[in-house]
Design a protein around this ligand. Structure first.
Ligand code: FES
Length: 163
């Protein structure tokens, strides 16, 4: 092999090395960008941030509404007050469905039943009432801060938000 051929071969190896480095850098950049999006707190719009549940008048007094994007139930009392319950069971974290005929939330995993008005445990192994999220009412819209779950030992009137 002549010296000229060696230079050509070396230069081909360098070219392939540059291609590999470029591909690796692109892959690394995509992984870093993906991680950044994944760990960045969701400040508005979905679970983990401030969720706009809707207009006050969309929630009838005496209603229980699941807001899927925020993973919470918005309960509106007959007197117009609101409370937001995290859908997550306080026992081992299963999603708790609302059962209208039972007028309660019942966890499918180990059977805890939570009162629909207070979120307190009426039976089952859960150690505390359903967690709540702070509510803000601005310009006729209900906002729920799903980034700040509140643990409770019991229900009290100061957990209810009025327009
Ligand atoms: Fe709900 Fe166990 S996770 S009762």
């Amino acid at each position: 092999m002549t010296e000229k051929q060696n230079k050509t071969k070396l230069s081909r190896q360098q070219f392939l090395g540059i291609i590999w480095l470029g591909a690796l850098a692109t892959l690394l950049g995509e992984v870093i960008a993906g991680l950044f999006v994944f760990i960045q707190p969701n400040l508005e719009g979905g679970f983990g941030g401030l969720v706009n549940a809707g207009k006050v008048e969309e929630f009838h007094p005496g209603s229980v509404s699941l807001v899927q994007s925020g993973r919470f139930y918005l309960v509106r009392y007959e007197d117009g007050g609101f409370i937001a319950y995290w859908q997550r069971c306080t026992h081992l974290g299963c999603s708790v469905p609302y059962e209208e005929d039972l007028a309660a939330f019942r966890c499918p995993c180990h059977g805890t039943v939570f009162n629909e008005h207070t979120g307190e445990v009426t039976s089952g192994p859960a150690p505390r009432p359903m967690d709540t999220f702070p509510i803000e009412i601005r310009e006729g819209e209900v906002y729920v801060d799903t980034g700040s779950p509140q643990q409770r030992t019991k229900f009290s009137g100061d957990q209810v938000k009025y327009a």
